[in-house]
Design a protein around this ligand. Structure first.
Ligand code: IMP
Ligand code: MG
Length: 178
């Protein structure tokens, strides 16, 4: 893992290595494999941030699964605006399906609340939430976050799908604002 990196005007320092992320994800996939035995899963990945997490997670899923992607947006720079725009991209019906929402990070929870509510209106058999990261100090949502790889302090992070104004998504490790 490299040292300090610069994205736009800000510096970031190493926080979670790709090895740590990988082993967290394997553990989480094992739990899902246990919990969904005999069922079929519909993963709903929240773009853009969750693309890498979703891709690595589903590689370890041994249950038959579908993978959907949808798009929402609530961040400007490093601050959550709390305003979540409408969902685009989900075209298939989820009625009577077992849905797992895959998210990169749950911060205030506004995004998750919105997505959860919208998907709930599609009459799925069940909805659970899987996130790579959770910021428990800022989370004030009502949605239960069922699967969490890691809880982290309230500091802005980038890498592994997470961006700072468009940059940093490609990094295999996760970095924290210096
Ligand atoms: P929330 O709606 O406040 O929970 O924010 C969730 C969304 O904001 C996530 O889908 C992320 O894409 C983005 N986000 C939250 N915290 C961070 C961060 O530390 N770095 C990069 N993106 C973040
Ligand atoms: Mg996201």
């Amino acid at each position: 893992m490299e040292g300090t990196i610069q994205l736009h005007d800000k510096q970031f320092v190493p926080f979670l290595s790709s090895d740590e992320i990988e082993s967290d994800i394997r553990e989480l996939a094992d739990k899902i494999n246990q919990d969904y035995k005999g069922k079929e899963i519909h993963f709903v990945s929240i773009l853009n941030g969750a693309f890498m997490f979703t891709s690595d997670l589903v590689k370890h899923i041994e249950i038959p699964c579908h993978i959907h992607f949808l798009k929402v947006r609530s961040y400007e720079g490093t601050i959550s605006t709390g305003v979540v725009s409408n969902i685009i991209g989900l075209t298939e019906p989820l009625e009577n399906k077992h849905v797992i929402i895959a998210e990169d990070i749950v911060d205030t929870g506004a995004t998750m609340q919105h997505v959860y509510r919208e998907l709930g209106q599609m009459s799925p058999a069940s909805i659970k939430v899987a996130t790579l990261l959770l910021k428990p100090d800022t989370y004030n949502g009502e949605v239960k976050i069922d699967y969490i790889c890691r809880s982290i302090p309230n500091k802005f992070v980038v890498g592994y799908g997470l961006d700072y104004d468009g940059l940093g998504r490609n990094l295999k490790d996760i970095y924290q604002l210096k």
